[in-house]
Design a protein around this ligand. Structure first.
Ligand code: FE2
Length: 501
């Protein structure tokens, strides 16, 4: 992409992109780099940034000429971008999961993917093969002294945070049983109860579902240790990708969704392709009291939730007798059907994500919902210090169009009180990923800091790193990667201490 293609704009009327540019990001990563210095092509690196931006996402999308059916089935690869006194280096490495090693050796897919990737040989070769391939591709977090690559249907893979080398599947010092699920969406409580914690969950689904809510220490000698653990049972199948926290509650949205596993068992579909929204069923908010909060030990509270399907929440907060939770709603569960090619997807045929705010009233037992925007969005976050509290700002990836679905091409800052918006756009040839907001350590202002995102540069057919000023989304710096990284999923900023003067 030429530099001029990266422009800041608030003009949301032109919805133009080239499908080949967008789809060209789906490629195999064929190099693993170690601490390669990045070239800054515009601006300068903020000197206050010390730490690593870790990102996870699919890095292997094709084997022996066969493409994955959905990019979510691609093997996880970690990207680590290290910021040190104005210098930036890049490392990337695949997670050596058991299945990755086996398939590398075989040179072809030998496992089915949850989102529809089949082993070669058609339904007969796939029928009754119900093994789960832990592809470790959804998120990466630092817990204690380990980096963990997360995939929600099974346990985390531990990695060396410096070298990214895979240590192996981890049971977190005996916390997890063999094969137990561990969410890819932990929430970091910035210190509502004296000290920061990581709050996360695992879910066991069936006609009844069990949520295990876990809290881990993240600081001091106890970092990485489990400090709180409870299990609650709920009626019905629960597909829970994300959740939200407040000081007193963990909030889940149990989508109204049916799971018919027969096509999966018979080798016709992946397990996630067997999920379907059920408009006759009622979605529920499941509120589980946190063990450190005012309702510790009490039973969960359940409220009816709005129609629609939710993968991701933005944030939640408490006010008097109300819980406020902001989430991204789809009209239905979006999936790639068995005969579709995900690279040729018609964006108009799949539902867009819309950010909505829901008030849950304890006193009236009622909920109310409002749209915060009509624009298609994903990957929304608040300043991490406002996790679980009323936040005034959020940052998210959005489609270029004001309404309707489209590829994510802009970063938007949204004022959550006034709904005022400002944008940075990578269109027409750029495509953004999850924005990570990093607060400025020297400022107390909520929107002071930086927003970092990887941008697929459709002209250069490679990845750029874009650093924006969080307050107005003006460009701070643009750096070029020497390699192409497919669209990723989630990541986190891990700060380190600047050297003493
Ligand atoms: Fe997610």
């Amino acid at each position: 992409m030429k530099q001029s293609a990266l422009r800041a704009t608030s003009d949301k009327t032109s919805a133009h992109f080239d499908q080949h540019d967008w789809a060209s990001a789906y490629c195999n990563v064929d190099q693993e780099l170690k601490n390669v210095p990045l070239t800054t092509i515009k601006g300068s690196i903020p000197k206050e940034l010390f730490g690593n931006l870790y990102r996870n996402g699919p890095g292997k999308l094709e084997r022996n000429g066969q493409w994955v059916h959905h990019p979510f089935d691609g093997d996880g690869m970690i990207v680590s971008i290290c910021f040190n006194n104005g210098d930036v280096t890049l490392s990337n490495q695949f997670i050596r999961t058991e299945a990755w090693e086996e398939e590398e050796k075989a040179g072809k897919f030998i496992y089915r993917g949850v989102f529809g990737t089949q082993k070669p040989g058609g339904p007969i070769a796939n029928a009754f093969d119900l093994r789960l391939k832990n592809i470790a591709n959804t998120n990466v977090i630092k817990l204690g002294d380990q980096l963990l690559a997360l995939w929600e249907a099974a346990g985390p893979h531990a990695l060396n945070p410096s070298t990214l080398e895979t240590i192996g599947l981890s049971n977190l010092n005996g916390v997890l049983k063999k094969g137990e699920s561990f969410s890819a969406h932990p929430r970091f409580d910035p210190g509502h109860h004296d000290r920061p914690r990581m709050v996360t969950f695992g879910v066991k689904t069936g006609p009844k579902s069990t949520i295990r809510l876990m809290e881990f220490a993240t600081e001091g000698v106890a970092a990485g240790q489990l400090i709180s653990d409870r299990k609650d049972n709920f009626d019905g199948f629960a597909f829970l990708h994300d959740f939200a926290i407040t000081p007193n509650w963990a909030l889940f949205l149990q989508n109204a969704i049916d799971f018919n596993p027969l096509p999966f068992i018979l080798g016709q579909k992946g397990a996630a392709q067997c999920l379907k929204s059920n408009p006759k069923d009622q979605a529920k908010f499941l509120l589980i009291p946190r063990d450190c909060g005012a309702y510790a030990g009490q039973a969960p509270r359940i409220f009816n939730a709005p129609k629609g399907f939710v993968f991701h929440h933005l944030n939640a907060s408490e006010k008097d007798e109300e819980i406020i939770i902001e989430s991204i709603y789809y009209k239905d569960f979006p999936s790639i059907k068995p005969n579709e090619d995900f690279r040729k997807i018609n964006f108009d045929s799949i539902p867009e994500g819309i950010l909505k705010r829901c008030h849950i009233s304890f006193s009236s037992n009622q909920i109310s919902i409002t749209n915060l925007s009509k624009q298609c969005c994903e990957f929304a976050m608040v300043n991490p210090l406002y996790q679980g509290l009323k936040a005034n700002y959020s940052w998210m990836a959005v489609a270029e169009r004001a309404e309707g679905n489209g590829p994510l091409q802009s970063i938007k800052k949204l004022n959550l009180n006034t709904l005022e918006e400002c944008f940075w756009s990578a269109s027409p040839r750029g495509f953004v990923s999850e924005p990570i907001m990093i607060p400025n350590p020297t400022s107390k202002s909520e929107d002071e800091g930086w927003v970092i995102t990887l941008v697929w540069n459709g002209a250069r057919r490679a990845t750029d790193l874009v650093i924006l000023n969080a307050s107005d989304l003006s460009e701070q710096a643009i750096l070029e990667f020497p390699i192409a990284i497919p669209y990723g999923l989630h990541g986190n900023w891990v700060s380190s201490n600047p050297p003493k003067q």
